[in-house]
Design a protein around this ligand. Structure first.
Ligand SMILES: Nc1ncnc2c1ncn2[C@@H]1O[C@H](COP(=O)(O)OP(=O)(O)OP(=O)(O)O)[C@@H](O)[C@H]1O
Ligand SMILES: O=c1ccn([C@@H]2O[C@H](COP(=O)(O)O)[C@@H](O)[C@H]2O)c(=O)[nH]1
Ligand SMILES: [Mg+2]
Length: 263
């Protein structure tokens, strides 16, 4: 068990109210300073992140095996989080935990909680933290993966605080897929997977929730030097090229690449 039990018990729960986004948050969205792991603009390696990876409780190949390496994957609705996470999982051996999928599974289970979740998802709002964090916590406990992607969570500061309090841990890395709104809308309207929230009314609400509540989370982790921003325009392959570069720079081995070379 990797959780810091004592720490989690000592930390007092904070207010459950969702903070109102400040104008500063909105302005800073456009000034996000990613950690300079390789991207179009940055140098080829970030000593800061590498140091954190190898000194965190669990790194790519070392550290304390009780705590997995945790990457939060954030971005607006339709920015391609799920698509890229699937690729990262298969190429770099990560477990992929999608908060949205965990919630949809709860709906499919027919539970009472599921009915509440369905109403919230249809409205593009955020499910109460205790429900989502509990689902993520259980999913994390049931995997022995040393590397975990948490896709689409935390959605708001309240989610983030609840996760850190309940699990007693923080992400090692936050990937932020940055995509223009018109592109996200186009992708969602063309997704065609029968999702109850893929309609223009819900999409408009989700975009507002993203800007007002999710961006402050990105800003928070950005101020702590954990965010790597990746441009999410271009083809899936082009975007995955940037993702691949990031993980390679962090010391993660690419299984698919090695397999294709018979290594
Ligand atoms: N680079 C891309 N170019 C064009 N379409 C894309 C790209 N990446 C993903 N898509 C498509 O866009 C749609 C949304 O992608 P995806 O489901 O991965 O987004 P998401 O960020 O997980 O969205 P949500 O927050 O709603 O779960 C999907 O139909 C996917 O196939
Ligand atoms: O942490 C979360 C994740 C998701 N939701 C709700 O689910 C939908 C769809 O989520 P995706 O991750 O985009 O699949 C989202 O709009 C929220 O309503 C949530 O409340 N908390
Ligand atoms: Mg998704």
């Amino acid at each position: 068990m990797w959780r810091r039990r004592v720490g989690a018990l000592l930390l007092r729960p904070r207010s459950s109210s969702i903070p109102t986004p400040s104008a500063t948050h909105r302005r800073r969205h456009h000034l996000l300073l990613p950690v300079s792991v390789p991207d179009e603009k940055g140098p080829l390696a970030s000593n800061v992140l590498l140091l954190r990876l190898f000194t965190s409780q669990a790194g790519a190949d070392g550290g304390n095996p009780r705590k997995p390496f945790i990457a939060f994957v954030l971005g607006g609705p339709g920015s391609g989080k799920g698509t890229q996470c699937t690729r990262i999982a298969s190429d770099f051996g990560f477990a992929h935990l999608s908060a949205g999928d965990l919630l949809r599974n709860e709906i499919a289970s027919g539970s009472e909680k599921g009915e509440l979740i369905l109403d919230i998802i249809k409205e593009g709002r955020i499910v109460p933290s205790e429900i989502t964090v509990e689902l993520i916590r259980k999913a994390m406990e049931s995997t022995d993966a040393k590397r975990v992607l948490i896709d689409g969570f935390p959605r708001c500061e309240e989610n983030r605080i609840a996760f850190e309090r309940i699990t007693g841990t923080e992400p090692d890395l936050v990937i932020f897929f940055d995509c223009p709104e018109d592109e996200m809308v186009k992708r969602l309207l063309g997704r065609n997977q029968g999702r109850v929230d893929d309609n223009i009314e819900t999409i408009k609400k989700r975009l507002k929730v993203f800007e007002n509540l999710n961006i402050p989370v990105v800003d928070y982790y950005s101020s702590r030097g954990k965010v790597h921003k990746i441009s999410a325009t271009g083809t899936e392959e082009e975007i995955f090229g940037a993702v691949r570069k990031l993980f390679a720079s962090l010391g993660f081995e690419n299984f698919v690449f090695h397999k294709s070379r018979g290594l």
